[in-house]
Design a protein around this ligand. Structure first.
Ligand SMILES: Cc1cc2nc3c(=O)[nH]c(=O)nc-3n(C[C@H](O)[C@H](O)[C@H](O)COP(=O)(O)O)c2cc1C
Length: 372
């Protein structure tokens, strides 16, 4: 373990002092596209996969292994939705140390992305602003790509409704979700129903109780035992959250992904040195306090009825551990990897084991919700 810790320290230092300053000179969307292409190439060959795992992975620790509804998670750190929109990195992400991943958001129809710029950095706040508006090549093309692929880690298909004017009609929006859902029934390890994208023309209509109920009735009618999570916004009020939890408890919903991006511009976590565009949702350290509060609330309110995937501003093992102690069963990240480097997943795994042992736990599940 000491060698892996040393390796992570060297890699993290190299990333933050050499690579990141170069990446951060260029437009963030171009860098993201470059990384996705590089990851796709690395994932295509056995040798490059092996070298990647030597550089970034760490041995699985039984303290971090969990099984939920027949899905095995060797470690609780997942890649969050939106990094791999078109499902091209499923072969390389296990070698980078992820215990599971989401692909998408996938929508029934392809969408080329919102007009104008899609991605900004907020370096002083350690955050990003995102305005892709659900850019992806569409459910048909993505399902064809994944068909018959055997995954090394659980892969969730993150489903949203196509970002176009027609789907603003609730019935058409629901049909759009269901069409994608059906296409991935044999492919997905589990599903994430994204009702909280902040960058679409329709707003977030499925945060409305009646619309959510109709959507979940339509999904219930599709027979599947695969776990279903709902991904919600960090900007919900307690009242909205209560209604969503009540409705979800009447349907085939196994858990919540807390949270998506924030639309708020009044947060104390926004450093005034950063330029913040008027459009887009904010990730990273800006959203972290909202996410943590929501994890604790959902945990307290649901009394074990729902699993929680905690996502928002995880940059270290300590961040990850705090979310677990507040009630998260699993975790996801994107922004932390961009700011800290691809050794972060291994750092978190090793750090989590140490933090758990220090507090006298023998398994990660014992720490879930302990602070709530
Ligand atoms: C570049 C980028 C694109 C994203 N696109 C999506 C998306 O398509 N669907 C989705 O559910 N969330 C999307 N998100 C939100 C993330 O999944 C996550 O909820 C959010 O970024 C908070 O986590 P983080 O602070 O670790 O990045 C995106 C985030 C980023 C950074």
């Amino acid at each position: 373990m000491r060698t892996i810790e040393a390796r992570n320290m060297v890699l993290g230092w190299l990333y933050r002092t050499l690579l990141k300053p170069i990446f951060f000179i260029f437009d963030p969307e171009r860098v993201h596209e470059g990384m996705i292409r590089f990851g796709t190439v690395l994932g295509s060959f056995r040798l490059t996969r092996f070298i990647t795992s030597l550089l970034f992975a760490s041995p699985n620790d039984p303290m971090l292994r969990q099984v939920f509804m027949n899905v095995v998670f060797e470690n609780p750190i997942g890649l969050s939705g939106g990094f791999d929109k078109n499902a091209v990195t499923t072969r390389i992400m296990p070698e980078v140390g992820f215990g599971f991943m989401e692909v998408g958001s996938v929508t029934a129809r392809a969408y080329e992305g919102n007009p104008g710029k899609h991605l900004w950095r907020m370096p002083a706040s350690r955050a990003l602003v995102i305005n892709y508006g659900l850019k992806n090549i569409g459910a048909e093309a993505i399902s064809r790509k994944l068909d018959r692929q055997i995954f090394d880690i659980p892969v969730s298909i993150n489903i949203a409704k196509t970002n176009c004017r027609e789907t603003n009609d609730v019935a058409i929006g629901i049909a759009d979700y269901v069409e994608t859902f059906k296409k991935f029934l044999d492919i997905a390890s589990f599903f994430t129903i994204n009702i909280s994208c902040p960058n679409v023309t329709s707003g977030q209509p499925f945060h409305e109780p009646e619309n959510l109920n109709r959507l979940l009735i339509a999904l219930d009618a599709v027979p599947t035992e695969k776990p279903i999570f709902i991904k919600i916004s960090p900007d919900l009020t307690r009242e909205q959250l209560d209604k969503i939890l009540d409705i979800a408890s009447q349907h085939h919903v196994d858990g919540f992904v807390c949270t998506n991006l924030s639309k708020r511009r009044d947060l104390a976590t926004i450093n005034p040195k950063d330029f913040v565009p008027g459009v887009g949702g904010i990730s990273g350290k800006v959203v972290e306090p909202l996410t943590d509060e929501q994890i604790a609330y959902v945990y307290r309110r649901s009394q074990g009825r729902f699993l929680i995937i905690g996502v928002g501003g995880i940059f270290s093992a300590e961040d990850a551990y705090r979310k677990i102690r507040l009630g998260a069963n699993l975790l996801e990240l994107i922004t932390g990897m961009i700011y800290q480097g691809p050794q972060l997943m291994s750092e978190i795994q090793l750090g989590l084991v140490q933090l758990l042992k220090k507090d006298g736990f023998t398994h990660v599940s014992q720490a879930v919700g302990i602070d709530t």
